[in-house]
Design a protein around this ligand. Structure first.
Ligand code: FPP
Length: 254
């Protein structure tokens, strides 16, 4: 299911480079994450003006549990503080906050901030802001599949694919543009199904330095791309149809 024209873009961001940004300044990694929160504020403010209707930010992957406990705690505290401090501003911006990922392993304080922010911003219509916390795309796909199997919905491989697409689409929909900062070029278990046809933009900019201009540049780059979803370029579509018609006619010729 591709996003429909006029619906607004779904932009997903892998916010990478906080640790290196801090290390280059001789600061602890958590200082990079703190500066990363400021970058989150900047992109959230700018997104609706760029035609972005949905934005999914990768704040903490299920693999990030492997980090030192102090860093994990700091990231959770920063997310909780962001949700508490920004709650009113998110309402003003017209953003609806939703956390995606597992909730059963999150600290109670963070869970409470998530729930309060979700209910306070439930009426937001300009931007659907999804924050991925304790998130793994493989886990999300497996969970959706298990749900379908449990419902007895898995009759064939096609039915499973349709069912999965429906479950995952309802959860957030396809990604149009996926941005990764920090110079690495990988997906790191983020929205794998939803990014099947996403345009990928990788930038060397470290996340704490990422700003409105960088977001705009990525959207401009996205608009320049020719999205074909496995088809042919729009300009060639007519030629392709004519060719198909001609080859059909040739086959019909006695
Ligand atoms: C990746 O950089 C970043 C993270 C794992 C944490 C991201 C968290 C924030 C930006 C703060 C809070 C988020 C929200 C939504 C308020 P890294 O630490 O892997 O950087 P490195 O590759 O340079 O080590």
């Amino acid at each position: 299911m591709q996003s429909e024209a006029g619906e607004g873009l779904h932009v997903a961001i892998i916010m990478d480079g906080n640790g290196r940004w801090a290390a280059r300044r001789g600061w602890p990694r958590v200082a990079g994450h703190r500066a990363g929160v400021a970058a989150v504020r900047r992109v959230v403010e700018r997104a609706p003006e760029l035609g972005i209707a949905r934005m999914t930010l990768y704040a903490f992957s299920s693999d990030n549990w492997r980090r030192p406990a102090l860093e994990v705690r700091s990231i959770f505290s920063l997310i909780a503080a962001y949700l508490r401090i920004e709650r009113e501003r998110l309402k003003e911006v017209g953003a609806r906050l939703e956390a995606i990922g597992r909730r059963d392993r999150l600290p109670r304080l963070l869970l409470r901030e998530i729930e309060q922010c979700e209910s306070a911003t439930a009426g937001g219509r300009r931007l659907h802001l999804r924050v991925a916390v304790d998130y793994s795309s493989r886990e999300a796909i497996a969970r959706a599949a298990a749900e379908l199997v449990g419902e007895g919905g898995m009759h064939s491989h096609e039915a499973l694919e349709r069912g999965l697409a429906a479950v995952l689409h309802a959860a957030g929909g396809d990604v149009d543009l996926l941005i990764r900062t920090g110079g690495e070029k990988r997906l790191s278990d983020f929205l794998l199904w939803e990014s099947a046809y996403a345009e990928l933009v990788f930038t060397d900019r470290m996340w704490p330095d990422f700003d409105e201009t960088d977001l705009e540049a990525a959207v401009v780059e996205f608009r320049r791309r020719d999205r074909r979803f496995g088809g042919v370029p729009a300009a060639n579509a007519e030629t392709a149809a004519m060719a198909a018609e001609l080859s059909g006619a040739a086959l019909r010729t006695p």
